[in-house]
Design a protein around this ligand. Sequence first.
Ligand code: NAP
Ligand code: MG
Length: 502
Amino acid sequence: MPYALSAATTAYLRETRRMLIDGKWVPSAAGAVFEVENPSDQSIVARVYSGAAEDIELAAQAAHRAFQNPAWRRMSPSDRARLMLRLADLLELHAAELVELDVLSMGKPISDAKAFDGPIAADMIRYNAGWCSKLSGKTSTPLLPDMRPPGNFGPAYHSYSLRQPIGPVGIIIPWNAPLVMTAGKIAPALAAGCTIVLKPAEEAPLSALRIGELIQEAGFPDGVVNIVPGYGETAGAALVDHPLIRKVSFTGSTAVGREIVRKSADRFKRVTLELGGKSPVIVCRDADLTKAIPAAAGAIFVNCGQNCFSGSRLFVHNSVADKVVEGVAAIARTMKLGPGLDPTSQLGPLISKRQLERVEGFFTGASPSGVEIVTGGKRLEASPGHFFEPTVVIGRDGSSRFFREEIFGPVLTVVRFDEPEEALSYANDSEYGLAAGLFTSDLSLAHRLSAELESGAVWVNSYPVPDLNLPFGGFKASGVGRENGEYGVESYTEMKSVTIAL
Ligand code: NAP
Ligand code: MG
């Protein structure tokens, strides 16, 4: 049965979508508009006003005013949580629409989007709502000497710390999981009491804009969340530069992350960066292969390899290597590539023609160097969409581009090993360090390898298993700071210490 778009989505796509600034839906100051393409067939699904520096200026001022506004600043944590819980309910109520907007603009299979993206997004808001009332400072025993003359009683000082919202924050997100990214980034910022200017990716801004309407419906004061779609070099760069923006939270490529760190240095702006990865999955000789093989395939093929935490390097013990490679390749060969809106599709297209050409570039010309293709390695010629076959290649060692560069496509590079130490040294031989997978039945080995892997997360006997209550972020070039859990929400706060001479 072909999937029928909801009437709400069809209606939503009819109008040129405006940006949300200070509680109003407005066109961009310059009137510029961009088109959103469906990567499954290259059709144009929507037109969106494209923001630039002058729109970011208005949005940053609105976020600044909203941060000063007692309606938000003095709102009790319980009332803030109530608004967030209402928003989470609205996300659930409108999950079908939100998911459809993502599928249309970035191509992920609707079955995945419904099963994961919709529920996770609502959960992220709900989880963080709980933090509104849990953030606090603490009292400390002062170490200062009591210099008062004799005859005084009681302590000389009273000291405590306050945990306070950092102020207006700029949030910049990529296109690969727009709904989850929007929810996951605004939730801790709102829980901390910050105000927001959000710049979604120009490829997939629709679900973020729809969430903007739900934010209004939930009853957040005007200007608490402002949403300005636009290009990175214009809107994104202006947001990073803006003096009223106290922190930038960015998810995207390592190259842009570097640029943001450089630019934010002038004002010592706080940054949280979730960047790229080249995450290793290690399958040991004693691994349960009935778990390891499907997990290794899922680690790379889900979302067409367009996940920061994709397990794109597979290290397999020699004794089980043939079986694992054949098992993963068999899954790759049988996966159904198809348009995002086809409920039977298991793998969607890549985001754009540019990205398809980039992935293809690994397989043409002088490359593939140092690898042998087991399956895949080419685009689907017959389709107007940006489809690339799920691909498995075997590398001899860690020297090829396939091993080192983030491909951001459905391409798995396999390398064999003999000793766990060898697998560990391969795994850590990367500029990145976001996640790592480990398949073994040896408890002791699992703990020892987990301790030594240079990555922000280690997932044992399953992949991926990120949890909202656990910190998520990268070692090395995979990022700065952590999201999720208390770490995530605390990163939107400043600590202040107060000392009172009594
Ligand atoms: P990207 O080019 O870095 O874009 C990410 C966002 O930054 C987009 O909104 C983009 O705007 C904006 N941007 C681009 N240049 C900018 C600049 N100079 N100043 C400010 N903002 C700027 O990344 P992408 O190619 O779209 O996304 C894929 C990358 O994201 C991959 O490398 C992947 O590993 C990484 N990623 C990481 C995580 C994680 O959690 N660690 C999650 C998902 C993705 P426009 O695109 O609209 O122009
Ligand atoms: Mg982009």
